[in-house]
Design a protein around this ligand. Structure first.
Ligand SMILES: Nc1ncnc2c1ncn2[C@@H]1O[C@H](COP(=O)(O)OP(=O)(O)OP(=O)(O)O)[C@@H](O)[C@H]1O
Length: 228
């Protein structure tokens, strides 16, 4: 599903590489836990996988597509079609309802819209179902996003990532604001969604106690350019 080889990435102006990865392969349906000290390059790796940044050297292939060979527009399309993202601050649009925020997940992807069509369901109905499955009470679905708790906003962000069945879900510290009980419930809900259609999950967290929940853990060491 994902092959990384000979990767070397430096942010502009930095004398040492931020990230060096000789080889990392991730299987379809795998749930990967990515950790490492602050500044070791976890978010940088996620932005490379999402095609937001491109490496100076080496390659990242997702679904047999070498991201470095795509131009910016094609990389944007690839991301919209195949990658759902959940960020620490969720990036929800405050002037849209939770339902509308979830539907946005497939607004920019004909492929994700077609996946819904194949299931015989419209985006609004699917957004409702996902929010319910992820534990957001129906009474909250049409309220202003700004009135939702952090945990509720997190469920909206997760539903937006999953709508239209993208093959890869990238989650950057999505549970850092939750207590232990809600954190475990949320991770189990993520896994249920992912297992439902064999999505691959890459999950970044500082909380190493979570690692045992995942199929595999990968650590970036963060010294003089994080390497594997
Ligand atoms: N946009 C940027 N421009 C320049 N340098 C950056 C940029 N983003 C990150 N860096 C640098 O890259 C290194 C890795 O940062 P990154 O955010 O990927 O680490 P991280 O492991 O996710 O950290 P944390 O756990 O604190 O979130 C840091 O030294 C950081 O200063």
């Amino acid at each position: 599903m994902i092959q990384i080889s000979d990767l070397n990435f430096s942010w502009p102006g930095q004398s040492k590489p931020t990230l060096i990865i000789d080889e990392l392969n991730i299987e379809k349906g795998e749930k990967l836990f990515l950790h490492g000290p602050s500044g070791s390059g976890k978010s940088t790796l996620l932005s490379l996988l999402a095609g937001i940044q491109t490496a100076q050297k080496g390659s990242i292939s997702i679904l047999n597509e070498n991201l470095a060979k795509l131009n910016d527009a094609k990389r944007d399309k690839f991301r919209a079609d195949h990658i759902g993202t959940i960020f620490q601050n969720f990036n929800l649009l405050p002037y849209l309802s939770p339902l509308e925020n979830v539907m946005l997940g497939c607004n920019f992807s004909r492929r994700r819209q077609a996946n819904l069509k194949t299931q015989g369901i419209c985006a609004r109905k699917k957004a409702c179902i996902l929010l319910e499955e992820l534990g957001l009470d129906t009474s909250c679905q049409n309220r202003a996003v700004s009135e939702l708790s952090i945990g509720q906003q997190q469920r909206v962000a997760a539903a937006r990532a999953f709508i239209g069945q993208p093959e890869l879900i990238i989650a950057d510290e999505p549970t850092s604001a939750l207590d232990a009980d809600n954190r475990d419930i949320f991770i189990n809900q993520l896994f249920e969604q992912a297992e439902h259609y064999q999505a691959t999950i890459i999950f970044v967290s500082h909380d190493k106690s979570l690692s045992s929940l995942f199929d595999r853990q990968v650590s970036l060491n963060g010294i003089n350019g994080a390497s594997l």
